[in-house]
Design a protein around this ligand. Structure first.
Ligand code: PEP
Length: 582
């Protein structure tokens, strides 16, 4: 196969080299014809041969796995081998050929369709999802039958220890991404998605190179193709030549060296050259992420996205109980060893739907989501509030509320927090009575009416991902408008600067917990606006710290003033670049 490349949106930095693992099988689009009676046994044999060819193929992949490859990769191959040996694949389609005289491809697809319908009926979401594995196995067999399958050998010079799997899919939901965090993949490529979709955010949190919005990747890349993902440029190279491979291996090695160097900064305090201390906190999705936060030297958790505890549970299962939630929050608080943990209440809706809740708004991002949903479902909200409050008895916890825009929403939320406290008192359960309560500033209306928030709350956290989405009126997950997603739009810069300055004047702490906080190209801009608290994924923390250590506020501030006076994108971009080069 000739080498070719595809282009998309770079969302998670780094270089990954490996074999493609297609998540969404290509449509099982095969020829359908009837075979004559005398041809039936030959057709049966054709299918049997294809099945044994796939067995061999799986064995080859097994034998090519590097010794230190994570056990999960081998487990995947085992599952596929087991499926292939199961009579539902190895025998039932043969019966279909014999009884209905279907050609081999049609018989296999018929059997898969029947199995698929049976799997849809299964209550257990884990088992239900095994349907995808069966489809992938069937697709391998079909490729052999149609003559399109050739397992490519490892390109010459490929370091097998780097040859892990690259997930290629039309789209990956944030819930699916959650499942991947326990398995080792070296890269992600999706046909759709935007820079700040939650899928992209989770890829960054996993510290795995990823490109999204790579149009038609899942149909142009075949299972087991050798692929390079350049997460810095958003480029995906399929079947790379030896020279290209060598170049990327060198870049990969250079990145590893940079990482090693950054690793030495873990214990270094984040202080600018002119002596201003900056707090660097971590964004987490699950309590297990605290290990990475501690390892990166985070001074606390600035954003715990609790909705990830509620996602991917399937419609049949229940929402997490108060005790289950408490256990998760407690774990995070214990893991952070006395450093503050900012727990955000449920921010569901839009691209973070819950399986058990119907989300049928016409414009989900503008609908009954986040705090709006919680206020409409006080029992669910009180359960979460009690669990968070109980965790505040274990160590320092702050409560963060998403998507607030109206004074009455803040007041209702505060009233419910008081109600949750009263319920805990009645139940003789401990909590921190002086727990700090803050708001996400992520709706332009909130940024423009800041005194209303400052009067009622203890701290503010700017959610730049949603603030950009709502200010520029673009869906953050829609790759067709991804080019309009611009953190340097003058309107965004003004809202940010205004929020930081207003908070500073009022003595209300302001942090940024959106993706802008972890982007090293924007660190100096935010410092110059007066930001002193950044929260980001642990994987980004040391690089941001290095920027801070190399920055001098007195040098930066005049450039930032110039940026804030500019309305021309060219001028803003140039000045941000000059800031970087200081
Ligand atoms: C941090 C944010 O929240 P999320 O990305 O979880 O919506 C944000 O909007 O910037």
């Amino acid at each position: 196969m000739a080498s070719f490349s595809l282009h998309g949106i770079p969302v998670s930095r780094g270089i990954a080299i490996g074999r493609a693992h297609l998540l969404t099988p290509a449509a099982l689009d095969v020829k359908h014809y009837l075979v004559a009676q005398e041809q039936v046994e030959a057709e049966v044999e054709r299918l049997q041969q294809a099945i044994s060819a796939v067995h061999k193929e799986l064995q080859t992949i097994w034998s090519e796995l590097p010794k230190d490859a994570p056990a999960e990769l081998g487990a995947f191959i085992d599952v596929h081998a087991l499926i292939l040996s199961d009579p539902m694949i190895s025998e039932a389609p043969l019966d279909i050929i014999r009884t209905r005289h279907y050609n081999a491809e049609w018989a296999l697809v018929t059997q898969i369709d029947e199995l698929s319908a049976q799997f849809d009926e299964i209550e257990d979401p884990y088992l239900r999802e095994r349907k995808a594995d069966i489809a992938q196995v069937a697709e391998r067999v079909l490729k052999i039958l149609t003559g399109s399958a050739q397992l490519l050998p490892a390109p010459d010079g490929l370091d097998e220890s780097l040859a892990l799997m690259i997930v290629v899919a039309h789209d990956i939901s944030p819930a699916d991404m959650l499942r991947f965090r326990d398995r080792s993949f070296s890269g992600f490529v999706t046909d759709v998605g935007g820079q700040n979709s939650h899928t992209a955010i989770v890829a960054r949190s996993l510290d795995i190179p990823a490109a999204v919005g790579v149009s038609r990747a899942s149909s142009l890349i075949a299972q087991d193709d050798w692929v390079i993902v350049d997460g810095d440029a958003g480029v995906v190279i399929i079947d790379p030549s030896e020279i290209v491979l060598e170049q990327y291996r060198e870049r990969q090695a250079a990145q590893l060296r940079v990482r090693k160097k950054l690793g030495k900064l873990k214990k270094t305090p984040a202080v600018t050259r002119d002596g201003v201390a900056i707090a660097l906190l971590a964004n987490i999705e699950l309590p297990e992420d605290c290990a990475a936060a501690m390892d990166a030297g985070a001074s606390g958790v600035g954003l715990f996205r609790t909705e990830f505890l509620f996602m991917g549970r399937g419609s049949a299962s229940k929402l997490p109980s108060e005790d289950e939630q408490f256990e998760a929050y407690r774990k995070a608080v214990v893991a952070m060893k006395g450093r503050p943990v900012t727990i955000r209440t449920l921010d569901i809706g839009a691209d973070k739907p819950l399986d058990m809740i119907e989300h049928n708004a016409l414009n989900p991002a503008l609908g009954l989501r986040a705090i709006r949903y919680c206020l409409a479902e006080p029992r669910l909200f009180l359960t979460q509030l009690r669990a968070i409050l109980r965790a505040s008895a274990i160590g320092p916890v702050k409560l963060l509320i998403p998507m607030l825009a109206h004074a009455f929403e803040i007041d209702q939320t505060l009233a419910l927090i008081e109600q949750a406290k009263a319920q805990l008192r009645d139940a003789h359960k401990k909590f921190d009575g002086a727990i700090q309560i803050g708001a996400m500033i992520e709706i332009p209306a909130a940024a423009l009416a800041l005194p209303m928030f400052i009067k009622r709350l203890d701290f503010l956290s700017i959610g730049t991902n949603d603030l950009i989405q709502y200010t520029l009126a673009i869906d953050r997950v829609d790759h067709e408008v991804a080019h309009l997603y611009n953190p340097l739009h003058p309107a965004i810069l003004h809202l940010l600067s205004m929020t930081i300055k207003t908070g500073e004047r009022a003595g209300t702490p302001v942090s940024v917990c959106g993706e802008m906080a972890g982007d090293i190209h924007l660190t100096r801009l935010l410092l110059g606006m007066g930001l002193r608290e950044f929260s980001m994924h642990p994987a980004q923390l040391l690089a941001v710290k290095q920027e801070i250590l190399n920055s001098d506020l007195s040098q930066i501030e005049p450039y930032v003033r110039k940026i804030l006076r500019s309305v021309e994108p060219g001028m803003i971009g140039d000045t941000v670049a000059q800031l970087q080069a200081l």
